[in-house]
Design a protein around this ligand. Structure first.
Ligand code: FMN
Length: 171
């Protein structure tokens, strides 16, 4: 078993692609990747270092397989687990709901005891509202990826963020 568990959900494949990029950058031997559509709450118990990835759909809603898993997710005990989130969204077409689902996911993990890592500057993004930002608006609560408006920035963002969480999580 690897040190890190990565759990993602996707409707149209973008989040899966970013999950693969993260896995490749971390090193495939160090991370186990789960599609949340076929994961169980018990899978989370295996790891102290966890990465969670989710796009936002339909005006601030959870991605469909995360939505199906949500009650189980709320039952996971994250005490002493470091949790890094990443989210996908569209800052122009959904500027009032940018990355909301990442915020909801982060908040459940935090309420259930997680040690959050991987916060990410809001510099370089333009949006109106998001449930995925810190109170001062300076950070997203995880890596923010926009494959619709800024796809050319994704590779560099993933690279930088993985370097950051590698230090924070010590893997
Ligand atoms: C109908 C529709 C609704 C969307 N709603 C939101 C939204 O509320 N907030 C947001 O940030 N992005 C929204 N998006 C953008 C998606 O999150 C984005 O395209 C993402 O990359 C999709 O990821 P996936 O391919 O892993 O499902 C929406 C996209 C579509 C087509």
């Amino acid at each position: 078993m690897a040190q890190v568990g990565l759990f993602y959900g996707t409707d149209t494949g973008n989040t899966e692609r970013v999950a693969d990029m993260i896995k490749d950058k971390i090193g495939a031997d160090k991370v186990d990747v789960y599609d949340i559509a076929s994961a169980s709450a018990a899978d989370f118990a295996k790891y102290d270092k966890i990465i969670l990835g989710q796009p936002t759909w339909y005006y601030g809603e959870l991605q469909s397989s995360w939505d199906d898993f949500w009650d189980d997710f709320k039952s996971v005990d994250f005490t002493n687990k470091q949790v890094a989130c990443f989210g996908l969204g569209d800052q122009a077409d959904y500027a009032e709901y940018f990355l909301d689902a990442m915020g909801l996911m982060h908040d459940v993990a935090l309420e259930n005891g997680s040690i959050p890592v991987g916060y990410w500057s809001t510099d370089g993004y333009q949006f109106d509202e998001s449930k995925a930002v810190t109170e001062d608006g300076e950070f997203f609560v995880g890596l923010a990826i926009d494959e619709d408006q800024q796809p050319e920035m994704t590779a560099e963002r993933v690279d930088q963020w993985v370097d950051q969480i590698k230090e924070e999580m010590e893997f």
